[in-house]
Design a protein around this ligand. Structure first.
Ligand SMILES: *Cc1c(COP(=O)(O)O)cnc(C)c1O
Length: 424
């Protein structure tokens, strides 16, 4: 699809287009293999000399349509779908980092990402430094080392709800000569397009808002196509010959889609964390209404945040769309069309009162999930972030009484009534 269309149109029509007499809806192509009539065609595909499908671990037309749609929505050159958000982050890191390399990440990241970077990658010999994202540019630069390969953060952090200062982070990444890798899960491209603010790679857990209906796990990596991988010889994986492809040099051959192509040709090939066609179909279905849903999720969340702020049984509320929130300025700058559907708050009476409150909700469900059309609540300290020590939890912005709410698309009147009743 031509890029001249507006974002809303791209959500509805992007990537897949039916030819005359073909299904109007994206077809689910459920297969593992593709038939060829001569060996040379297959050999060319294996050598990356031609583009096409040969085995569904590496590519499938339904999955490919989703990848193209998300690349279009994020404003990147290419996308790669993964079996989950976690595998998207894992493959992204391993695409350019090996044992002995160093990653700098904001500490305000999703609990699963914190474990992946802080435990599993470290076991593989990749060193990770977690930083407070409020520190100054110079302080960020003070953590840079010759082996630093990545600067990582979330647009809107889950669940601490910090809005990233893109200007500071993209300056830092440029000064360090490393890609800025952004997890855009909670904002989605409907509310923020990190590439416009200097991100080089954008990751999403499509499990959340992209799917939006709680039906499919998935992840996505989108490449901006602007990063110079030949910088200071820092990324030999991108610039040096790959023996498993007869000495092919990814950056030289594929330029602005080299990162995504290498993800597919090496990471998907070797690790196999591929998205299934059915999940791609359902996620694509979700994306068709992403623009509408994010608008309403944001509207409902702001209304609920305002209600909670004025309730006598509520200790505090965090929502970047609230004027007195510490992230309000950044939210106005980077999330001008809405601050997404997630908010957190503390019930008076601490952890025990919080747990009791959750049990008294009727409409809102207790689920380990965000981004669903149904209003969902969770107590991170005892669930998603329980593997972290209490001081790590506090550093990641998780107080013991914190309740995370993913505000759904029900009538705001019903949502507020449910919360009011449970608080009482
Ligand atoms: C859920 C989530 C992930 C992990 O995604 P999965 O699809 O659950 O593997 C990564 N980042 C953020 C911000 C998330 O909310």
């Amino acid at each position: 699809m031509k890029k001249i269309y507006e974002f809303e149109t791209a959500c509805v029509h992007g990537a897949y287009k039916a030819e005359s007499g073909e299904p109007q809806q994206l077809p689910i192509i459920q297969n593992t293999t593709y038939r060829y009539y001569n060996a040379k065609d297959v050999a060319d595909l294996f050598d990356l000399e031609s583009a096409g499908y040969f085995y569904s671990r590496l590519g499938n037309p339904t999955v490919n349509a989703l990848e193209e749609k998300m690349a279009l929505l994020e404003g990147g050159t290419a996308g790669l779908a993964a079996s989950s958000g976690q595998s998207a982050t894992l493959m992204t890191m391993l695409n350019i980092c090996k044992a002995g390399d160093h990653v700098i990440s904001s500490i305000s990241v999703y609990g699963g990402t914190f474990n992946l970077l802080g435990v599993t990658l470290q076991k593989m010999g990749i060193e990770v430094t977690f930083i407070d994202q409020d520190i100054s540019l110079d302080e960020i630069l003070s953590f840079n080392k010759p082996n630093t390969k990545v600067l990582f953060a979330e647009t809107l952090s889950n669940p601490s709800l910090n809005v990233l200062d893109f200007e500071k982070f993209s300056n830092a990444a440029k000064k360090m000569g490393v890609p800025l890798i952004i997890d855009n899960t909670l904002a989605t491209p409907a509310l923020c397009r990190p590439i416009e603010y200097g991100a080089d790679i954008v990751i999403q857990s499509t499990t959340k808002y992209a799917d939006g209906h709680g039906s499919s796990l998935g992840g996505m990596v989108v490449e901006a196509g602007t990063f110079d991988w030949s910088i200071d010889g820092k990324f030999p994986e991108m610039t040096e010959p790959d023996p498993s492809y007869h000495g092919l040099k990814f950056y030289e051959k594929f330029g602005s889609i080299a990162f995504a192509l290498k993800l597919r040709a090496q990471m998907l090939r070797d690790m196999g964390c591929t998205m299934a066609p059915m999940n791609a179909y359902l996620t694509h279905q979700g994306l068709q209404t992403l623009h509408l849903r994010m608008e309403r999720h944001s509207e409902n969340a702001l209304a609920l945040a305002n209600f909670l702020q004025g309730n006598e049984n509520v200790e505090w509320v965090i929502y970047p769309g609230l004027e007195k929130d510490k992230n309000y300025k950044l939210s106005k700058k980077y999330l001008p069309n809405g601050a997404s559907g997630v908010l957190t708050f503390g019930v008076k009476g601490g952890k025990t009162a919080g747990e009791k409150f959750l049990e008294k909700l009727e409409l809102a469900s207790i689920v380990v999930h965000v981004g669903d059309i149904r209003t969902s609540v969770l107590h991170p300290a005892s669930t998603t972030h329980r593997q972290l020590s209490e001081s790590e939890q506090l550093k990641a912005g998780i107080k013991p009484e914190l309740i995370r709410v993913s505000v759904g698309l029900e009538s705001i009147k019903d949502i507020i009534a449910d919360f009011e009743n449970a608080l009482k």
